[in-house]
Design a protein around this ligand. Structure first.
Ligand code: ZN
Length: 134
């Protein structure tokens, strides 16, 4: 697998507007996009830090993945996303090495990227996303 950089860090928040205010007013970042990803039941807000993004995630439904995460663990770091050349190929390479996948093939995520997740039980507890532009 050919990881080029950390694409983003996903952070689960209870209230997107409050979180945006903190990142902008306290940390001095600027939110450049807000997007709803309907099939993941989230609203996202993006900030750029160098070549890495911060992706804030607010659940739009208690039964969505972020809603369940916050109920179990509270708000906080949810996942780390690595940029690869081809997300589907990278998922297959991980599976060939014995990693349990959440996504067998990549699907469309925020910002039109192709994304797929490795299961945290195979990754020492870190929900790991692989994403690519193709
Ligand atoms: Zn992500």
């Amino acid at each position: 697998m050919n990881i080029s950089h950390i694409e983003h860090i996903g952070i689960a928040v209870e209230n997107l507007q409050e979180a945006i205010k903190y990142y902008e007013d306290v940390l001095g970042m600027s939110c450049y996009a807000v997007e709803e990803v309907v099939d993941q039941k989230v609203k996202t807000a993006f900030f750029l830090v160098g070549t890495t993004k911060i992706e804030l995630l607010e659940s739009t439904s208690p039964d969505g993945p972020i809603g369940k995460f916050i109920e179990k663990k509270g708000p906080g770091i949810h996942h780390i996303a690595f940029a690869v050349n081809n997300a589907t190929e990278a998922l297959q390479q991980a599976e060939a090495k014995g990693v349990t996948l959440i996504d067998k093939v990549s699907r469309k995520g925020a910002e039109g990227l192709n994304i797929g997740f490795l299961h945290p039980k195979s990754t020492m507890g870190v929900l790991t996303e692989l994403c690519s532009k193709q």
